[in-house]
Design a protein around this ligand. Sequence first.
Ligand code: ADE
Length: 235
Amino acid sequence: MKIDVLTLFPDMFQALDHSIVGRARALGQVDMTFVNFRDFSTNKHHKVDDYPYGGGAGMLLTPQPIFDAFDSLEARKPRIILTTPTGKPFNQQMAEEWAKEEHLIFLCGHYEGFDQRIHDELATDEVSIGDFVLTGGELATMVMIDATVRLLPDVLGDQASHEDDSFSTGLLEYPHYTRPADFRGLTVPDVLLSGNHARIETWRREQSLERTYRRRPDLLEQIELTDHDKKFLQS
Ligand code: ADE
């Protein structure tokens, strides 16, 4: 996969040199380029923002540097994702779709946002990472890149490790325990030590259901529940 990021702060993306995304890059599973669109400004002071027509607070990113930076990219049939708090909320399903793409381009917003012509002409997707306002789109872009790259084939060692992820099943993930079985008197649930795989599966499903019911009841309305699930939730 190829990922291009248009940003005023390419150095912020050093966070993606590390951990699983860093390893995916080192192995060539994903190729990322960070382009500072200020370099494309034809203004003699390299200005990239201006006052909004009609007045109002704050400055807007102007079209010229972003359109020119965009034109410099080798764009086959990319998905072009514009980061904005007014976008569609990002979720696991979007990460799964994007992980199938050959080429993603992220546009990182700043100040009060983008001139509307950037939204209209360049973006294929306008996306928010939550109902809060960040100082810029860089952190949002890193969040979305991280969530997408971990889903690429062979990036996580164990394929199953994301098939059970929270949200992939439509439910929040069940609790996990590792050794020791007794830590300072805090013990691991007996069922997990039982070796009975059917009982363990049932326990995990019920834990997922209970956690989802308490923390994210909205998710339960979006999935098909089995008769056993329904009975458990009524108990
Ligand atoms: N830019 C500022 N706030 C944002 C948010 N919540 N999501 C995506 N981009 C943003």
